[in-house]
Design a protein around this ligand. Sequence first.
Ligand code: DP6
Length: 357
Amino acid sequence: MTANNDNTTWSGRSVTCTAPINIAVIKYWGKRDEQLILPTNSSLSASLDQDHLKSTTTASISKEFKRDRLWLNGKEESIENPRIQNCLIEIRRRARKRKHNDDSKSEMLNWSVHICSENNFPTAAGLASSAAGYACLVYTLSKLYDINGDVSDIARRGSGSACRSIYGGFVQWTVGEKKNGSDSIAKVVADVDHWPEMRVLVLVVSDQKKHTSSTNGMRNSVNTSDFLRYRAEHVVPSRMEEMIKAIEEKDYQKFAELTIKDSNQMHAVCLDTYPPISYMNDTSRKIINMIHAFNKYQGELKVAYTYDAGPNAVLYLLDEHVPDVVSLINYYFPPCDNIRETFIRGLKVDFKTDISQ
Ligand code: DP6
């Protein structure tokens, strides 16, 4: 049998991957290039474990498919979405660039693709669903088309924060200097086993869709907030260095202080935006007050909070303090009251790939 004979029986391929959500401790808020999704400042996050908060994507190519199609959470959506197209076009361009000696693989580049993606957590509730979704899409397609090397810059074109979900552990997204964005990529700061005591509590205050998307919110901030420019130039560069050092040295006090300050600064930029954007609600603010009171009573920082573009709180803490903090939350927010759900998650994470032809 020759390679050509193999080719006639080889008519499809399917890949399934899962990807984690990530929660930033130094926030991305602002783009300097909307098309390539290049940020105004570097950012840093941890990828959470995938027991309950993850995206799963299956991508298939087949001779039999008539056109590209996409399903999100069981519902067919337009694959013409510009951000999906940004990713798909770049993936196919890189796949074509690779010299395939095997003609069967070159041929498959002309076949249509079907993509099914789902999240197992509330979409668009400020839980970084787009980050996990685009990271998973790009990673799955890269496996489908045998693309090697870093693909975080492709995930970035889907949703900025998605580039950080390509890797597990603590991950930075460097602001970069090049116009084409080739140096605005994700890099691992510390791998998943570095700080095994670190835990994350996700307090779901609301699972409603957020009123102002991150994309629109940060665009308005870039256009109207002087504080955003100040933050990007004068705060984040040194804060990134301090945060990386705190993680490397497992200095929880420093880590927690920087995490709290950076979340508050991002939300201060939102308030400095005109008209102002307010993502937190009364419950979010009560959680903040509760945590500061608890830390003060303890005489040191035992728990840090951070908020993305929504009212849900994410707490970073060491595992020895989880029981006390969970009791505190249950006392102030009895089950079924303001906080709808509490997830306790660690940082253990990595991609699981399952390739079948
Ligand atoms: C508040 O990555 O959702 O979560 O690039 O426009 O898709 P786009 O925005 P997105 O921004 C999320 C920002 C954030 C902070 C962060 O994750 O760093």
